[in-house]
Ligand binder design. Structure first.
Ligand SMILES: Cc1cc2nc3c(=O)[nH]c(=O)nc-3n(C[C@H](O)[C@H](O)[C@H](O)COP(=O)(O)OP(=O)(O)OC[C@H]3O[C@@H](n4cnc5c(N)ncnc54)[C@H](O)[C@@H]3O)c2cc1C
Length: 462
């Protein structure tokens, strides 16, 4: 649809990342007239600077590890090194293929795609390149960018963000990764596989600190075994340049020298200077505030994705975008249960979870009402074949449903789909125990864990 003074879209979306484009696709499918405004590349962070390119790097790292470890499987292969240009070529091809597909999809749904930087000009309009796009409703989906710490300047050379790390033209000999959350441990893992000497600095007492403590401890054990160094529980105090790299200091007096410092301390919302405040949209520390239906305090404006203070995950952005589209189309919607969103950290080994941690369950239900069960992957045939260590931990409300599933081990991210059904359908252990799992698969470990929790363990001790 051409835009002129008389055109009023049903929905004008600012930002074409996971949240924005999902809303556009679903709204168009439901018959709404949609304009989607994107200043950079359709697909946003996830496709171009996040999920997809990092997972390609991690996969290249996995191949490198397999080549190094091939003798354990009786296979003669030699690891000669990383051809970083080749790794980028592979990664970029994956991204380019998906990008092309996404562009085709948006065009096929007859979404009006507007290339350019937009600014909210009123509660019902966005200005782009001197033109005004008016909508019955506006969706803000401008996402997030890497954050730093006060006084820590990211120079893109020796002190870098994940954006720089994704296009680095070499494998660093050594690196300090500031932040032991998802992004930090994923880069640490990939770099270690490529041959970098890595040290992670995390101020909190554990790596992946939002996960169940058991998962963090298992990851720490696995990283120690892989030779990934980490310092926990002490905060960063400063960085200085050395002759050939950086020296990173912590508040506890420790220092670490490396070729570069990757700052992975989180991402902040993109909301400044975009007219949000002028239009009356309530913000908190830069995040746009929304209700459970993702509507802001301005009735014609909704917001989704990394811009709002919910889980910063691509699939959360998709779900939120779909929710807004369906609400505007008049469909019956239910608010998102954010505990029911699966979370995967794709390091080696993987950490995955859905539902709540043991600590949170105890807080919610009382310590005496919470039952946990751990199933070691050592008893799982497929995990043994893969030579991966790890555990499944279940958190159950006594005599009730499973409220948390926590997985650690290679490829366990692929098991989170079943775990998600278990949590979201409020399954009882006995109901899951009744389901037959294929042998030998890693999914069997989930079945075995539930058999044990239901009081009838098969391949595990009572
Ligand atoms: C290194 C890394 C790895 C990640 N890995 C995963 C993962 O494995 N799984 C997962 O689920 N999530 C992952 N994420 C998080 C995921 O990428 C984000 O949660 C997701 O991209 C958020 O989507 P969004 O639409 O809110 O924002 P974005 O994807 O950031 O999209 C916002 C878009 O808005 C555009 N924009 C901003 N301002 C304007 C303007 N004024 N005018 C026009 N356009 C504008 C931007 O150009 C951008 O394209 C990762 C993130 C990073 C950084």
């Amino acid at each position: 649809m051409a835009n002129d003074a008389s055109t009023v879209f049903d929905l004008v979306i600012l930002g074409g990342g996971s949240g924005g484009y999902a809303a556009a696709l679903r709204a168009a499918q439901l018959g709404l007239d949609v304009a989607l405004i994107e200043k950079n590349k359709l697909g946003g962070t996830c496709l171009h600077n996040g999920c997809i390119p990092t997972k390609a790097l991690l996969h290249a790292g996995e191949i490198a590890d397999q080549a190094r470890e091939s003798a354990q499987f009786g296979v003669k292969a030699t690891f000669e090194g990383i051809d970083i240009a080749g790794v980028h070529k592979y990664k970029d091809e994956v991204v380019a293929g998906l990008y092309k597909g996404l562009q085709g999809l948006v065009a096929s749904r007859k979404v009006t795609y507007v290339a350019g930087e937009g600014r909210l000009s009123s509660p019902t309009s966005v200005d782009v390149n001197g033109q005004r796009y008016t909508g019955r409703h506006i969706l803000l989906a401008t996402g997030s960018v890497p954050k730093s710490l006060p006084g820590l300047a990211i120079d893109g050379d020796r002190v870098i963000s994940s954006d720089h790390a994704l296009v680095l033209d070499r494998v660093p000999k050594s690196a300090v990764v500031l932040g032991g959350g998802v992004i930090g441990v994923e880069f640490a893992s990939a770099w270690k596989s490529f041959g970098t000497d890595v040290t992670i600095v995390e101020a909190l007492p554990h790596l992946v600190p939002v996960e169940d403590e058991n998962s963090s401890k298992l990851l720490e054990r696995a990283f120690r075994k892989r030779g990934i160094n980490f310092s926990l529980g002490s905060r960063f105090s400063g960085v200085e340049y050395t002759a050939d790299g950086v020296r990173v200091s912590l508040e506890n007096g420790k220092t670490f020298e490396a070729e570069l410092l990757l700052v992975a301390v989180g991402r902040g919302p993109v909301s400044q200077g975009l007219g949000y405040e002028e239009a009356g949209v309530a913000l908190d520390r830069g995040y746009v505030l929304v209700d459970e239906y993702l509507q802001t305090n301005v009735p014609t404006i909704s917001a989704v994705g990394d811009l709002i203070p919910t889980l910063q995950l691509a699939h959360v952005g998709f779900a939120e975008g779909i929710l807004v589209a369906e609400r505007l189309a008049g469909l019956k919607i239910v608010p998102i249960d954010y505990d029911g969103v699966p979370r995967v950290t794709y390091c080696h080994p993987e950490v995955a979870s859905v539902g709540i941690t043991e600590a949170k369950a105890k807080e919610l239900y009382g310590a005496d009402k919470v039952v946990t069960l751990k199933y070691n992957l050592a008893g799982n045939g497929k995990s043994k074949i893969l030579k991966t260590a790890g555990e499944i931990k279940l958190v159950q409300v006594r005599d009730g449903a499973v409220v948390g599933v926590h997985l650690v081990g290679d490829r366990m991210g692929e098991q989170v789909g079943e775990a998600q059904l278990i949590y979201n359908w409020e399954a009882l252990p006995a109901e899951v125990a009744q389901l037959i799992h294929a042998h030998p698969t890693q999914s069997e470990a989930l079945g075995e864990a539930h058999l044990a929790l239901a009081g009838k363990p098969l391949h595990s001790h009572d």
